[in-house]
Ligand binder design. Structure first.
Ligand SMILES: Cc1cc2nc3c(=O)[nH]c(=O)nc-3n(C[C@H](O)[C@H](O)[C@H](O)COP(=O)(O)OP(=O)(O)OC[C@H]3O[C@@H](n4cnc5c(N)ncnc54)[C@H](O)[C@@H]3O)c2cc1C
Length: 255
C-alpha cells in the first residue's frame, strides 16, 4: 500500500542552544484537521539530496498530540543533509514527510517509569510529559515518573524551564538533570545519566517500600531510554546487570 505523504509547514522556530545548534520547530500539517500519533512516535522526512536522489530521515515528535500539528527538536550535524535543512527553515516553508511511525510509546497500563535521555533524545519525553501532565489535567494515574537528562553543558539542557515547571507543579514528576562538562560553579548533578539511573532505582525502592537487588528486579518500574547508541547501550547494560528483564526496558536509538 502507498504510504500517505504529508506536508508540514513551519509555524514557529525557536533556538534552544546558545550557538545556532539546536532548534525547537513547530509544524502545522497541511490539508488535515488532525494529525494523529502517540507520544514518542517519530515521522520520516523526505527530501532530495544534491544528486536528486530521494532520502529520508527519522525525527521524534517532541510534543503531545494536538489538532493538526507537532513539534520537533533538531540538532545540527556537521555536513548533515536533513538536520541543516530543518534548522535553516524559515517560518512559512514546508517539508514533506510520512508517518507517524515507531513503537517508542508509553506502555499500557502505565507504570512507574524512568525516562533517560541525552541531547535531542529529550524529544519524545517532552511528548510523554506534555501528555501525562497537560495544563489543567493529569493522565499520570499517580505513577512516579523520573526524567534523567544528561548533556555536557548547562546551555544544552533543552526545555529546562518547561520540565522545571512541571516538576514544581506535580509531585509525582521528578526531573534530574546532570552535566558532564560544566564549570565548577555548577551546583547540580554531575556525570553521565547512567550513574544517576541507579540512584533513581534506589529512590523508587525507598518510596514504594519494594526491596530491589540482583535477585529482585524492580518489577513495576519501566525504563525508557532515548539518544545516541553508546548511551543507550550502556544504560541497558547497567539495568541488565542490576537484574532488570528485557521487557522492562524500552529504547530508541538515533544512530
Ligand atoms: C527514530 C529516530 C529518531 C530521531 N529523532 C531525532 C530528533 O528528534 N532530533 C534529531 O536531531 N535527530 C534525530 N534523529 C537523527 C536523525 O534521523 C538524523 O540521523 C540526524 O539529524 C542526521 O541527519 P543528517 O541528514 O543531517 O545527516 P547525514 O547527512 O545523514 O549525515 C552526515 C554525517 O553525520 C553523521 N551523523 C548522522 N547522524 C548523526 C547523529 N545523530 N549524530 C552525530 N552524527 C551523525 C553521519 O555519520 C555522517 O557522517 C533520529 C533518528 C532516529 C533513527
Amino acid at each position: 500500500m502507498e504510504r500517505r505523504h504529508y506536508r508540514g509547514q513551519l509555524a514557529k522556530r525557536v533556538l534552544l542552544s546558545e550557538a545556532e545548534q539546536c532548534f525547537h520547530l513547530e509544524f502545522r500539517v497541511e490539508e488535515v484537521e488532525v494529525f494523529g500519533f502517540a507520544p514518542g512516535q517519530f515521522i520520516s522526512l523526505v527530501a532530495e539530496d544534491e544528486r536528486g536522489k530521494q532520502q529520508t530521515r527519522a525525527y521524534s515528535i517532541a510534543s503531545a498530540p494536538r489538532a493538526g500539528g507537532f513539534d520537533l527538536c533538531v540538532n545540527r550535524v556537521e555536513g548533515g543533509l536533513f538536520s541543516n535543512l530543518l534548522c535553516d527553515m524559515k517560518v512559512g516553508e514546508a517539508v514533506e514527510f510520512h508517518g507517524p511511525h515507531g513503537m517508542f510509546v508509553l506502555k499500557e497500563p502505565l507504570t512507574d517509569s524512568v525516562l533517560v535521555a541525552t541531547g535531542t533524545g529529550i524529544a519524545p519525553f517532552r511528548g510523554y510529559v506534555e501528555w501525562l501532565f497537560p495544563e489543567g489535567g493529569d493522565r499520570s494515574e499517580g505513577r512516579e515518573i523520573w526524567l534523567v537528562y544528561g548533556t555536557r553543558h548547562r546551555t544544552e539542557l533543552y526545555y529546562e524551564e518547561y520540565f522545571e515547571k512541571v516538576a514544581a507543579e506535580r509531585k509525582n514528576f521528578h526531573y534530574r538533570k546532570t552535566l558532564s562538562r560544566e564549570n565548577a560553579d555548577w551546583m547540580g548533578l554531575r556525570g553521565h545519566v547512567q550513574e544517576h539511573v541507579a540512584r533513581v532505582v534506589e529512590e523508587w525502592s525507598a518510596r514504594t517500600g519494594q526491596a530491589v537487588g540482583r535477585e529482585q528486579p524492580p518489577f513495576g518500574l519501566h525504563a525508557y531510554i532515548c539518544g545516541l547508541n553508546e548511551m543507550v547501550a550502556e544504560t541497558r547494560e547497567l539495568l541488565k546487570e542490576m537484574g532488570w528483564n528485557r521487557k522492562q526496558i524500552v529504547f530508541e536509538r538515533y544512530d
